[in-house]
Write a protein that binds this ligand. Sequence first.
Ligand code: TYM
Length: 332
Amino acid sequence: RKRVFSGIQPTADSFHVGNYLGAIRQWVPLQETHDTVYCVVDLHAITVEQDPKLLRQRTRVAAAQLMAAGIDPGRSTLFVQSHVPEHAQLAWVLTCMTGFGEAGRMTQFKDKSGKQGSANTNVGLFTYPMLMAADVLLYNADEVPVGEDQRQHLELTRDLAQRFNGRYGAYFTVPDPYIIKATGKITDLQEPGAKMSKSASSPAGIIELLDDPKVSAKKIRSAVTDTEREIRYDEQNKAGISNLLSIYSALDGRTIAELETAYEGKGYGDLKKDLAEVFVDFVTPFRERTQAILAEPDKLDAVLAEGAAKARAIATRTLAEVYDRVGFLPAA
Ligand code: TYM
C-alpha cells in the first residue's frame, strides 16, 4: 500500500469548512486504499503565540473532530506531532539543507510576516516549511492531501527530498501533492476573492464546524454574491456564487452542472437557503460525534498515545537512517 501523510494545526476552537472540504474530507476515503498517517501539528501551532491551556484543549478538540469526520484510529495512525520528537530532529537536518533565499520565497511566510510586522515574526515562522517537510519525509509518504495553499510548501518538500537523495544516496520518497481542484480553495463568504482562513477571515466570512448551526446557516444566507441573477459557476466574475456552488456540490453529491440546471430560473436566496439546510444536516451529527468523543478525554488521550507509538516506530527508523547518512557518530 502506498502511504499518505497529512497534518492540521490546532490553532482555533473549530475547523472551518475550508479545512474540511479542502483536506479532511479527502483523508477519510484514502483510508480504504492507502496506509494513512494523520497528525495534529502542535509544533507548527506555536509559530504564533498560543495560550498553553487553550493549546492543550484545542489539540484534543482537533483530534476529536478528525475522528468525528471519519478518521478511524484503528485504520489510520492518528497522533499529535509533539509526541514524536523525531519531527523536530529531522526538521533540523532539513533546515541545514535549505537556502535562506529559498525559504524567503515562501508566500505564506511573506504574507504572515508582512501582516504581523517584523517585531512579531519569530524564526519558527520562517523555518515552518522545513518542519512540514520533516513531517512528510519521516514517513516516506507518497501522497499528501491538502488544500491549494500548501502546494508551495510541498514543492519545497520535494526539492529537499531530492537534494537529500542526491547528496546522501536515494532514500526519501519524493511525495506528490493530492489537491482536489473543486474544493482546493474555499473562499471567504464575505470576501469571495480571498481564501477562507482561521487567521485572516472575519467571523461572518468563515463557517466553523463546531459553531451553532443556526449561526452558520445565517452566515451562508448572508454570503456576498453579485448583482446578476443567474446561478452559474464562473470563478472570475461570480466568485461568491461559484464558492457556494462548490461547497454545495461537495456536501450534497450533485455536480455543479446538475446544480446549475436544478436552479435555473431560481434566485440566489433559494440557493443560499437550500445550502444552509444541507450544511446544517451535515454538521449536526458531526458536532454530536465530536462532543461524544470529547466527553471521554482519557479514552481520547489513550487513542492518541497509541497513535504516537505507531508513528514513532516508523519515525525512529527513518531518523536513524538519516543520522547515519549525514555522518553523525552513533551513541553506542
Ligand atoms: P492548516 O492547519 O492551515 O489547514 C489544514 C488543511 O486545510 C486546508 N485549508 C483549506 N483548503 C481549502 N480551502 C481553504 N480555504 C483552506 N484553508 C485551509 C489546508 O491546505 C490544509 O490542508 N502547514 C499545514 C499543516 C501541516 C501539514 C504538514 C500538511 C503541517 N505539516 C504535513 C500536510 C503535510 C497547515 O498549516 O494547514
